[in-house]
Ligand binder design. Structure first.
Ligand code: NI
Length: 142
């Protein structure tokens, strides 16, 4: 696993320069997704202001859960998925995004492969209040 792409101050001299350079490198979304082979296992692509930008591939249904303290943003860059709520659902198409507020139960479902960019606080656990085989505590970088 690569070291965290986070700026830990105080850094000085060369260390600070290389950390800055790393965090300011551009990111090619397709190139990063090509490296992701597992589904429902979010990878950290960047971080800013205590938030993570995560890349994740979906191909089936997830588990109903909610997040006590975090709002989540789901942006579709390839394919489509259905965000299910307890009383309704919404299809999120390529180029669209949805924000799920904290406390709201949700379950992403994809019938075919879907590429998602997530934007949420670094503290967010992928399965929220639920602990199961899909829970990932330590996210790897991509
Ligand atoms: Ni969630």
């Amino acid at each position: 696993m690569r070291p965290a792409r986070v700026l830990r101050y105080p850094l000085e001299g060369q260390q600070r320069e290389s950390a800055l350079e790393d965090s300011m490198s551009k990111i090619n979304i397709a190139e990063k997704f090509a490296r992701i082979t597992e589904y429902y296992k979010p990878r950290i692509a960047a971080e800013l202001n205590g938030q993570h930008v995560k890349f994740v591939k979906l191909n089936s249904e997830f588990v109903f859960h909610h997040h006590e303290n975090e709002d989540e943003m789901f942006l579709v860059v390839k394919g489509r998925f259905r965000m299910e709520f307890r009383d309704r659902h919404e299809w999120i198409e390529e180029g669209e995004f949805i924000v799920v507020p904290r406390g709201v139960e949700h379950r992403p479902v994809a019938d075919e492969e879907c590429w998602l960019v997530l934007f949420e606080p670094a503290t967010t656990l992928n399965t929220g209040n639920v602990e199961n085989e899909r829970t990932v505590h330590e996210l790897e970088r991509v």
